[in-house]
Structure formats: C-alpha cells, structure tokens
Design a protein around this ligand. Sequence first.
Ligand code: ARG
Length: 430
Amino acid sequence: MSVEPTASYEADPAEVGRVLLLYSGGLDTSVMLKWIQERYDAEVVALTVNLGQPGEDYGVIREKAVQLGAIDCLVVDAREEFAREYVLPAIKANALYGLGYPLFTALGRPLIAKLAVEHARQTGCDTIAHGCTGKGNDQVRIEATVATLAPELKVIAPVRSWRMGRDEEVAYAREHGIPVKGGTEAAPYSIDDNLWGRSSEGRWIEDLDHAPEDDVFGLVTRPEDAPDEPEVVEVEFERGVPVALNGERLGLVELVERAGELGRRHGIGIVDHIEDRIVGLKVRDIYEVPAAAILLLAHQELEKLVGTIHQNQLKPMLEQKWAYLVYGGLWWEPLRTDLDAYMEAANEAVSGSIGVKLFKGAARVVTRSSPNAIYDAQLATFAESGGLFSQAAAPGFIELWSLQSRMAWRLRDEHGVTREGGKAPQREDA
Ligand code: ARG
C-alpha cells in the first residue's frame, strides 16, 4: 500500500534509508525502533535528549536502543542550552499559557527537534522519526521545527499511522523481545517532564469531575503533607536573570533545580489545567511546576516594581502572544524573536530581590527590594506631602482626568439614553 503523503515534509517510504529516531526508552519509541527497521528496511540512529527530567538512567536507555538494533544511540545533555536559550526567555516573558501552564514541554520540543536536525545531518540520516500522536501539540512543534530548519529532511510519525493500541504495542514488544516495564496492567499516566516541570495526562485525568488522585504527583509533596513551618526563599535577579537563591549565586540550571526542590518540599506548583490545544481539542493536564511557580512569581513581582504603569500595562499583552506562539509550535517564527527583543529591553531594569514565602502549597511574595524600583516611600506615605508630589495639584488633575467621562455622562442624561449600562439616574427637576 502506498499512500500519497499529505505534507511536503512527510517521507515517501521508498526513500527512507537511515532514520534518526527521537528515543525516550519508553514503550512507544522502543516499539518504533524495531518497527522502523522492519517496515522501511532502514537503519536507525537513536537520539535521547537530557533536558533535566529527573530520575533518568541514560546508560540504560542507550543500551536498550542498541540492543533493539539501533546502529548508534546518542545521548545529548542539553540542560544548559535549554535553561539559557529557552527557559530564560520564558522567564523574561513571564510565560504562562491559558493562565496556568508554564510551557515546559512546549519550550523543550523545538530544542529537541533542532538537535534532531543537527544529529541527523551529522550521521547521514534522511528522515527524522518521533513518537508523538496525531492528537497533540508535540507533533506540531517537532514537525514545524524540522520543516523550518531542514527542508531537505523528511519526517515519519509512526504512532499516527500504525493503528496499534497499547495492547497491540505490548504484544508487538513481546514478539520482538522488547522489554516492557510494568507488564500489561492498566495503561500508566502519560508523563512528560524536564527541568521546568512535569505533566500527566490520561486515565482518570480525562474525567473532568474526578479530583486528583495522590498517585499522580511524581514531583510535588501533597500540600497536606508539606512541612508545618513556612520557609522564605529570597530570589535575586540581574536584568531579568535569576542569579541567586538566599544569597547564594548559582548557575541557571542549578538555580532552577534548587528552586524546584524547595517548591516540591512545600507542595508548590500543582496546576489542574483545562487547556485548548492548537489542534482543536480541549483537554485536562495535571502539572507539577514547583520551580516555575516560584521563579515566575518572583520575576513578575520585581518587574511590576521597576516598570512604569505604561510598561506594566503593555507587557502582559505581548507576553500572551509570546506564550501562544511558543505553545503553538512557532518557536522559529520571527515575531517570537521580535517580541524577545522587547522582553530583553523591558528586563534591563529588572534587578533586585524578591522574598517568597512557601507554605503548604502556597507561594506568596512577602518582601521586595530593587535599586530600580519606581517607588519612593516618602511619596507613597499617608503622612505630609512634599518633593515631587503636590497634593494641591490633585483637584486640577481630577478635573481634567474626568473631563470626557463627565461630558459623556451629561449627554446621556440630557438625551435620556438607555445604554447597556442602564438608564442615567433621574434628575430631581425632570
Ligand atoms: N499539554 C502540554 C502541552 O501541550 C503538555 C503535553 C505533554 N506531552 C506529552 N507528550 N505527554 O505542551
């Protein structure tokens, strides 16, 4: 059977010779490793990318890939690049999608796909394979990246076409000597994680009225079980970059990891999220984002302190656009880098410290300090005025500030107009 590819970058099976497979060591990509060799009579180079997902044994993953017939399994430690080039811009952009998702997966995919392109070229592969389904965002992020950066490379996405359910995959694995963790019991949660967070999907999470079961939390302590004593963490920033925790200067990877550990201990960063995927579906995710919950909160607070009212009103609009582009897999879209230029400029003044109190699932800002704060305690105080602020100027300001509103109100009144806002109050003499 030969099916015409729909997209220009989809591989023609006859032309698949050597495939770079994005390999996690899990069931899907392990079955895929064998299946590609059989189906396409092709060689497979496996690539596993370390973005700081906890508890991974890369030696074991590598061995498994080679045992399943990969001609090589490359393991790339991309934590530094991920933190600097992807997480940091997200911090500067206070990036949250749909008011709650700090985009850790969405930030990781363009980097993974970029590394796939680089290693495919180095190892003479003509095709890149990934394990994403046809229902998610990740296929969009990976394929958009490959098609953008490497028009000469093709893509295959076996899960979209092979029509195997989990049971068939397990059966295939058994037949082909692929070790399966956990046997054939109920499907596990679908997990994705890195330095910046962890998501769980599937099982009861798909029942919207099912409250989170405890076993879903792989990272964060249940708030109920968190310490009875609160803890304050002091986050220091220089030009928007978090540089120290509690006075200790740390590299970005380590700082994110440490913030994550503090948050985990105190039950911080659980997000039960309804999400609009770019492919149209509405889904539910359970996120655990302890580091992001602390660092984004602190960054946003500091920015608010050093920005003017005008900067503070504009930036969230641009942030929302930034987050949407990144969520939607358009990392390489010029508008994203245009917006980054603004984020950089706005972050020039974002230096100082924010104290965040962590206690049983809640993170709350308790202290702020910055040499760039547009704040003057003398001016803000209720006590006597003076200096730059003249209280005597206030009535003149109010007269002009309210001028148009007052004129409009009077007209409505005169015409007895009823707008959505309701009828103007009746005048005594009417
Ligand atoms: N909903 C999130 C997103 O679209 C997380 C997806 C997690 N990916 C996964 N393959 N389990 O970015």
